[in-house]
Design a protein around this ligand. Structure first.
Ligand SMILES: NC(=O)c1ccc[n+]([C@@H]2O[C@H](COP(=O)([O-])OP(=O)(O)OC[C@H]3O[C@@H](n4cnc5c(N)ncnc54)[C@H](OP(=O)(O)O)[C@@H]3O)[C@@H](O)[C@H]2O)c1
Length: 203
């Protein structure tokens, strides 16, 4: 089966996701959610793949990287870049997707800002796991604008040291091909010629 592609992120009340190459907060409850969501597969023969930018890779404390039980893919333009054993280093966003094979269950784009932006622009995203913190932090990196086709469903909530947050899954709405065709026809009938109206006279 073709892997599904998800984005997973945590952002503050103003869409901020990072500061100076790090996360601006420490939320153990959200880290657990990240771990559980990205590691889970229904098929024990296959693993999920996590794709991240080089800045995000370097932001992960050494003792926590690579993320175990997942195929780790790091994107960098630096051809000499090396990461830990077993980590796949690629040199373009497109090559990251080429690391998908039959042993990959689902793909998670895990950040940061540059990777999320390319994910929306270049891939067919199936859904977004987004933790929304109910507080503002100082940030220099933002989560991109979520396309309107994605509709949020609240799937949980949590708090760490008084910082509250909610877990959402943004599901991509399927566009009904019949409705699409209808709106195309509708568009055409607006043309004065087709609608039987006389075209505007030139002055
Ligand atoms: N809140 C969250 O959910 C979350 C999640 C992840 C990260 N973050 C935060 O976000 C910040 C990092 O985000 P960021 O946007 O600065 O960096 P990033 O997306 O993590 O990494 C950017 C780097 O990835 C490489 N890259 C990106 N696009 C590429 C392409 N098409 N081809 C080849 N290489 C490419 C480049 O590496 P080279 O410079 O090596 O060429 C680029 O500098 C940090 O503060 C981090 O803590 C937050």
């Amino acid at each position: 089966m073709k892997p599904k592609i998800y984005l997973i992120a945590v952002m503050d009340a103003k869409g901020g996701i990072g500061l100076k190459g790090k996360l601006p907060w420490h939320l153990p409850g959200d880290l657990k959610f990240f771990q559980k969501t990205t590691i889970h597969t229904d098929d024990i023969q296959r693993r999920n793949m996590v794709v991240m930018g080089r800045v995000t890779w370097e932001s992960i404390p050494e003792k926590h990287r690579p993320f175990m039980g997942r195929r780790n893919v790091v994107v960098t333009r630096n051809k000499d870049y090396t990461a830990d054993e077993g980590v796949v280093v690629v040199h373009s966003f497109e090559s990251a997707m080429k690391a998908v094979d039959e042993r990959v269950n689902d793909v998670f784009i895990i950040g940061g800002g540059k990777l999320f932006e390319q994910g929306f622009r270049k891939l067919k995203i199936d859904g977004i796991y987004l933790t929304r913190i109910k507080k503002t932090f100082e940030c220099d990196t933002k989560f991109p604008k979520i396309p309107p086709a994605f509709k949020p469903i609240k799937i949980g909530e949590g708090a760490d040291k008084g910082v509250e947050y909610e877990f959402f899954f943004y599901k991509k709405q399927k566009t009904n091909p019949k409705l699409k065709a209808k709106s195309r026809t509708k568009g055409r009938s607006r043309s004065p010629k087709k609608a039987g109206r006389a075209p505007k006279q030139k002055r």
